[in-house]
Design a protein. Structure first.
Lengths: 833, 156
């Protein structure tokens, strides 16, 4: 039961929970108390003395941010003594704070400016020379430090300690010489370092990419979301003169609280890249050459029509994208189904059957143990990583990481390093231990103990390379803490996960690395499903969509992406439309398959590796240049709003598809009520979507608003089933296993085009365990050749014990061509080149 | 009645002609511009001039306060960072792009008042007619004083 205490602040009575600070109590009454070091989401330390107030019967003034209220406390915030003390504190701060506001990037949104204006005196009595310290000193690739401006509030230090748990900053020296710095002058490397820029109440920590780009009042601020991973963090996009200049975290407690990772904060500037496509391209004499929109659209429409008519509609395929908005994906599948007449629609990274979304991006906060099944959230969804760190730091949540590469968050638990493809076996060994642990109470326990009898830890350890001691420690965490949150990636085998949940409760979710994987699926970008999930073989759904789209729809299931690519070589697929998907960099065998096509149209922002193979390339707008909705990894529906206009000659992907239809129907067709392709805005497409997709029926752009909308979803009841794990066997000549993943700053589209991320992008690096390097004479920095049965690539080796012996790790985009399937570990050989 | 009216009318004509005659014998106010120079009052507000420091560095730091105060939104500033190789102003920041649109400017002088470094002054230049609208958007090459030479005197 909570205890209420009564306090009087400035003569007003208020009842607040015991343990509330004076500052929070005053906030409830709407009484302003100025602060610098206080921040609601950080622990209060009372360092700046700005919030001093008078408390009856207490000697001297008290800091409102750290003093807890007590029954009958009488507080005054506006006595002459308090007012004079505030003026004094501000005068003290200004004795050493340089008045270089005109050149300071914080000017206009500076707490010190605002508070001197509101609470400060009018003149300074300090006429001596101010203290001088280092100006413009970079702290890592993103944060610029100005030591003179620092008022030593320690917000940055506390953030890095309390949220990401990367205590990289601290205060050095004493008194007026105190400076905030990294240890030994190392660069700031926390993946969440950009947040200290927002937190800094003055201009001591500013953004390097945004340096001197604009004054705060000149910016057009658009509430939107980040589309660089599946988390969909809320942010504000700031633009000046139609140039997107910065992203700032926006509060949403259900997604990102108010933080952003450095990829999301600094990577948005890819839209300003000078490599953007600004004109359609047509292949003439083997070269892609600029063309007009009319020319390119007419050519593409005519060629696709010709191919579909000479053969049959099923030789045409459409590839959507987990990077594109719901609106673009919806129109793409509508084009394939209603205009072409085929169900050959799919996209890379489609969640497999049985995959579930997370309950929320903040799910780690409610978990006892976070189980990472072959995924590293720092690369796939950095905000989930931050929540795991926060849960570990504040709630003692433990991490059990199973996989070939050690994730950073495994420092809050244990890393069960195993060879790629054996994650399920390791999980089975954990189940073996848990089913025999007396702390675990579950009805299915007896069954499970029987099913897992073949997975005794020592046997599994031998087959997978994991250590028995680590297995026992992980099982101990799970048994002691319970309620696991299992995060898995694209190729996961879910049967052991189900058993774990049956044993311990908790939840499991697919850590979708792309911003709209669930959305593209819901929009029907799947060979067997219409928007909303109805099967294409369901005659009622087919009639209903046929009527809505005014077309006869094909009753046959279409080809999945892997089958489409395999079919390219055999002529089963002859023409393809690819929207905002860089297949070559994320799907094995895509490059050779696309080369055999008769006709390929690619819609994208850049001349990607896929677009380079196309016959027609149509430039499309980035999510920040048009409206659109996205469904994040927790199936939260959010709006990416238009912050700037697209560059001249660029159209939003949804408009490109609609224009393609218009071009196919010829110029003589009157645009009018009878056309289903007259969309003026993305909102019109969304209205059409809501008519066909029952989950979104009540939902408009207005109801999604800036906070997003989470549809209700019932948790699936899990039932344990017996399962068998197969251990991968290395073929002759390929002794190592290659695992592919995503880095925090991946060289994938679109992050690879961001100027701000360019210096930190993950290069073509291969992680090799020193044991594997030894016999081959490989050292860090050496050029090495990795070869699988499919081909070979050259990469730079980096020796590290982050990977298990027998496994090499690289980013998906550098080794996609080698893999057997996008999420499958592949046997390779390694040599110095 | 008609005689009285005629006398009154004649008197009015004489009075009016007296004014005309008076100015006929006074010095004319018309200035033969552009042959003759026009005399301006000391606080006349003409085209802007961006001032330099005695050592040749620009006073403007590109803070954009002039653009912020401008009621006609005639000013556009984009700041840039000084480097050791290319130094334009004394601080870290200078105006990389500084444009005043004279089709919009109303010569109110607020910008001069807002300028924290005293870089912006409204000068005496008033002959601003141009053949095209584009020529009325003037950049640093026109506004910076002295326009030539672009000599920068470096410290020892």
């Amino acid at each position: 039961m909570e205890v209420l205490v009564n306090v009087t602040i400035d003569g007003q009575q208020v009842s607040v929970r015991a343990g509330t600070t004076i500052l929070d109590a005053a906030k409830q009454l709407g009484i302003p108390i100025p602060t610098f070091c206080y921040y609601a989401k950080l622990v209060g330390i009372g360092a700046c003395r700005m919030c001093l107030v008078e408390v009856e019967k207490m000697r001297g003034l008290q800091t409102a941010c750290t003093t807890k209220v007590q029954e009958g406390m009488v507080v005054r915030t506006n006595t002459p003594e308090v007012v004079q003390t505030r003026q004094g504190m501000l005068e003290f701060l200004l004795t050493n704070h340089p008045l270089d506001c005109p050149i300071c990037d914080k000017g206009g949104e500076c707490d010190l400016q605002d508070q001197v204006f509101q609470f400060g005196g009018t003149v300074s009595r300090y006429v001596e020379e101010k203290r001088h310290k280092a100006k413009a000193k970079p702290l890592g690739p993103f944060v610029m430090k100005d030591e003179e401006r620092c008022i030593l509030c320690r917000r940055c230090i506390r953030f890095l300690e309390e949220w990401p748990g990367d205590p990289e900053l601290d205060a050095f020296e004493r008194g007026r010489n105190t400076v905030v710095d990294t240890f030994y002058g190392r660069p700031l490397t926390s993946p969440f370092s950009g947040n200290v820029i927002d937190l800094c109440p003055v201009g001591a920590l500013t953004s390097i990419p945004f340096r001197f780009k604009a004054r705060s009042w000149e910016l057009k601020r658009t509430p939107s979301i980040c589309t660089l991973c599946g988390a969909g963090c809320n942010l504000t996009l700031d633009a000046k003169a139609n140039r997107l200049l910065r992203a700032v975290g926006r509060e949403n407690p259900d997604v990102n609280d108010e933080w952003l990772c450095d990829r999301g904060r600094f990577g948005q500037d890819y839209v300003r890249s000078d490599q953007r496509l600004t004109s359609p391209l047509i292949r003439k004499d083997g070269q892609l050459q600029p063309a007009t929109w009319d020319e390119a659209l007419a050519f593409a429409a005519r060629r696709i029509q010709d191919i579909a008519q000479t053969a049959n509609p099923d030789v045409v395929a459409a590839v959507g994208s987990a990077r594109a908005s719901n609106e673009a994906n919806y129109l793409l599948q509508k084009w394939a189904r209603a205009v072409v007449g085929t169900n050959n629609v799919d996209f890379a990274g489609r969640p497999a059957d049985g995959f579930a979304p997370l309950s929320s991006v903040t799910a780690p906060l409610r978990a006892g143990v976070v189980v990472l099944l072959g995924v590293d959230p720092l690369g796939d969804a950095p905000m989930v990583d931050l929540w795991i760190r926060r849960a570990a730091l504040t709630k003692g949540t433990r991490v059990v990481a199973i996989g070939p590469k050690r994730p950073v968050v495994s420092r809050y638990g244990v890393w069960l390093g195993c060879r790629p493809g054996t994650e399920s076996a390791v999980l089975a060994a954990l189940l073996h231990l848990l089913a025999r642990d007396e702390r675990v109470q579950a009805p299915a326990k007896a069954d499970l103990a029987g099913w897992t009898k073949d997975y005794a830890p020592d046997r599994v350890a031998e087959a997978t390379g994991v250590s028995v001691q680590a297995l026992k420690q992980a099982a101990d965490f799970l048994a002691a803490k319970g309620s696991p949150l299992v995060l898995y990636g694209g190729g996961a085998d879910l049967s052991p996960v189900r058993d774990l949940l049956a044993l311990l409760g908790g939840e499991a979710g697919y850590l979708a690395p792309k911003p709209n994987a669930w959305g593209a699926l819901l929009m029907g970008v799947a060979p067997d499903r219409y928007p909303g999930g109805a099967s294409v073989e369901d005659a009622k759904a087919r009639d209903s969509f046929g009527k809505q789209w005014d077309a006869r729809l094909s009753p046959r299931k279409g080809l999945a992406l892997a089958d489409m690519l395999a079919g390219c070589r055999e002529g089963i697929v002859q023409a393809m439309l690819v929207v905002e998907s860089d297949l070559v960099r994320e799907h094995p065998a895509a490059a050779e398959a696309l080369r055999t096509l008769r006709f390929l149209v690619v819609v994208d922002q850049f001349l990607t590796a896929t677009a380079e193979l196309a016959d027609v390339v149509l430039p499309s707008a980035a999510p920040s240049e048009t409206d659109g909705t996205f469904l994040n990894l927790a199936k939260r529906l959010q709006r990416a709003a238009q912050a700037t206009y697209p560059p001249k000659g660029v159209r939003p992907a949804w408009r490109v598809i609609a224009d393609l239809v218009d071009a196919a129907q010829g110029k003589d067709k009157k645009r009018g009520a009878e056309s289903h392709w007259d969309y003026e805005t993305a909102a019109e497409i969304w209205r059409e979507i809501t008519r066909g997709v029952p989950v979104c029926r009540e939902c408009t752009y207005e109801t999604i608003g800036t906070a997003g909308w989470q549809p209700e979803s019932a948790a699936e009841k899990v039932k344990p089933v017996p399962f068998a794990v197969e251990y991968p066997v290395a073929p002759e000549g390929y002794p190592l296993t290659l695992a592919a993943g995503q880095a925090l700053f991946p060289k994938a589209t679109p992050a690879r085009y961001s100027p701000a991320l360019a210096p930190v992008l993950w290069g073509d690096v291969l992680l090799v365990h020193p044991k594997d390097a030894e016999g081959r004479g490989i050292k860090t920095g050496d050029a090495v050749r990795v070869a699988s049965a499919r081909g070979a690539v050259e990469l730079k080796a980096r020796l590290t014990d982050e990977v298990v012996p027998g496994c090499v790790w690289a980013c998906l985009e550098s080794v996609a061509a080698l893999l057997e399937a996008p999420d499958k570990a592949t046997h390779v050989k390694l040599s110095r080149s | 009645m008609s005689i009285v009216n005629a006398v009154k009318g004649f008197y009015q004509i004489l009075k009016a002609m007296a004014v005309t005659l008076k100015y006929f014998f006074t010095k004319p106010l018309t200035v033969q511009y552009p042959k003759e120079k026009i005399r301006l009052y000391p606080r006349f507000r003409g085209r802007h001039e961006l001032q330099r420091r005695p050592d040749g560095l620009e006073l403007c730091v590109g803070c954009g306060l002039c653009a912020a105060i401008c009621p006609a939104r005639a000013i556009y500033v984009e700041a840039a960072e000084n480097t050791d190789e290319a130094r334009y102003s004394a601080t870290e920041r200078y105006a990389g792009l500084y444009e005043i649109n004279y089709t919009r400017c109303i010569f109110c002088g607020f910008c001069e008042e807002a300028c924290p470094t005293g870089a912006l002054k409204l000068g005496n230049e008033f002959a601003l007619a141009r053949a095209s609208r584009g020529d009325l958007v003037m950049g640093k090459e026109t506004l910076l004083q002295p326009a030539t030479p672009h000599a920068i005197i470096l410290e020892d």
